[in-house]
Design a protein around this ligand. Structure first.
Ligand code: 5GP
Length: 126
């Protein structure tokens, strides 16, 4: 089933400049900004400017230029926020997708979290 993009989602509004954001980095195809409800000292969202719903949508439909730009943006954010393990810290990158992934905003994004011990990735299966 093909993805349908809802251009009224909050990240689409941020990209159109209708909703403010605390920008960390803007590139040709990507935008990184602080999550409004931070769950770690560093909690940055990285989104493509294109209309993609989930990571798999982006990874299968985006152009090479968009994917390369996005990957570079993630790397730059890790360096800019000083959470890269090459400085002794660490981070977790999460991309929630769909109902089981508990995705709140239907515009593809990754969370980059760091600046504290993040604990185990998931609780154990019951
Ligand atoms: P997810 O879709 O992966 O569950 O998470 C969406 C994230 O977007 C949440 O962590 C939430 O705090 C963040 N968020 C929702 N609305 C806004 C907003 O208007 N501005 C910013 N900067 N973040 C938002």
């Amino acid at each position: 089933m093909a993805y349908t993009y809802d251009d009224q989602n909050i990240f689409a509004k941020i990209l159109r400049g209708e909703v403010p954001n605390a920008t960390v980095l803007e590139t040709e195809h990507s935008l990184a900004f602080h999550d409004i409800s931070e769950q770690a000292p560093a909690h940055v969202l990285v989104i493509p400017k294109g209309a993609y719903v989930t990571y798999d949508h982006f990874a299968t439909q985006a152009s090479d230029a968009e994917i390369i730009d996005f990957t570079h943006a993630v790397g730059q954010v890790c360096q800019m926020t000083s959470i890269s393990p090459d400085r002794g810290g660490g981070y977790r990158m999460i991309s929630n997708a769909g109902p089981d992934g508990v995705q709140e905003v239907p515009h593809m994004h990754v969370h980059i979290l760091g600046g504290r011990m993040l604990g185990r990735m998931l609780g154990r299966m019951q």
